[in-house]
Design a protein around this ligand. Sequence first.
Ligand SMILES: [Zn+2]
Length: 434
Amino acid sequence: MPEPAQLEGRTTELLQRLIRFNTVNPPGDEQAAQEFLRDTLAAAGFECELLSAVAGRPNLIARLRGQGDGPTLCLCGHVDTVLADPADWSVDPWSGELRDGQVWGRGALDMKSQVAAEVVAACALAEEGWRPAGELLVVITADEEAGAEQGAQWLCTEHPDKVRCDYMVNEGAGEIVHFGGRRVYGVCVAEKGVFRFTITTEGRAGHASIPRIGDNALTKLAPLLQAMRDRQPSLELSPEPESLLSALGLDPSDPDAALREAAATDPRVAVIVEPLLGVTLTPTMVHASDKINVIPAQASVKVDCRVPPGLGRDHAVAKIREVLGEDGFSIAFDEQVIGNRSPIETPLMDAIDGWVEEVDPGAQVAATGLPGFTDSRWWREAFPECVAYGFFPQREMDLFEAAPLVHGADERVPVADLGFAAGAYVHICRELLS
Ligand SMILES: [Zn+2]
């Protein structure tokens, strides 16, 4: 078994190296970072391949073949990051500086940390001669932060045979939540769908100096905006919030009461749980007249609407009508993507459960979902049998410390959590593939 101290040291070092490759997407420019990871994995005995949709932006596929039959487990991650404005940071975002027991820099949480922990775990196992019963894959994608057209989406469409797997560990959850004396680690098994739409109101143009000469379409948006400010669609239960509420010690059979109780104990928990309990409506962009002195004949507001996994447009429309009513406006969908999920009870969940029991006895593991989406979506779509989970366990830094740092300034990760996560991946590989 690889030594915990060694896993922590190696993961820290690898993360620092990865942060120093600037992979802000766009443009991504992932080539150098991917070559470095390829060389690291190849030296440990992996068969490695770089596959590019466009020059300079390769995806990395590393494979450790096994002896006989068995499942394929894929440790997955993306090496690109969102941008960082150095003016907002206390350190150079591409320094990978080690300060106060934490590694600082863009990607320290999302998600070069997990990439480093996965690669170190995979290398440590391969170096000590361990071989999987099936196969161990490490897939590091490009272009996750800008839609995955040159990353996971392309890989799963163009090279399905190279990335097919039975189980996948990717980003999406894992930070500890302390709540009512409990310690809960989330495993992200599902991602909500996106049903963005535009609300349009109609009126009649006229000179703005005579307010009642026209019929102002903009003011007709006011009650609709007010409705979305006052409430969200009614709550609904699905397998992921059910698991999470239970682990938190809240009664899932009455989601409204559970949410009120969560808010009374720790409002931050309610903020995180609420979007998992149904359709959400967030108005974000508004447009009316193009001229200050013209009463608008038409006004519109764009709404970012997220829908629980598996549910489609009809469901979204019913929930929208519940909040906005039927009359006085029209709606048109601009984007429709149905959310996805993997089952909760699987050997991969058992492996995670077993690991948590070992390293943090008494803590709970809960299935949870993401209001947004990750590369897991492309695997679930291409390979319906693939069980894909988001899991990067952290206990030094909890969910509420980590969440604002993702895509934010001063992104950083405790060194202790890097070793913690690498240990989890070693355990999962051995459990599933031995
Ligand atoms: Zn990410």
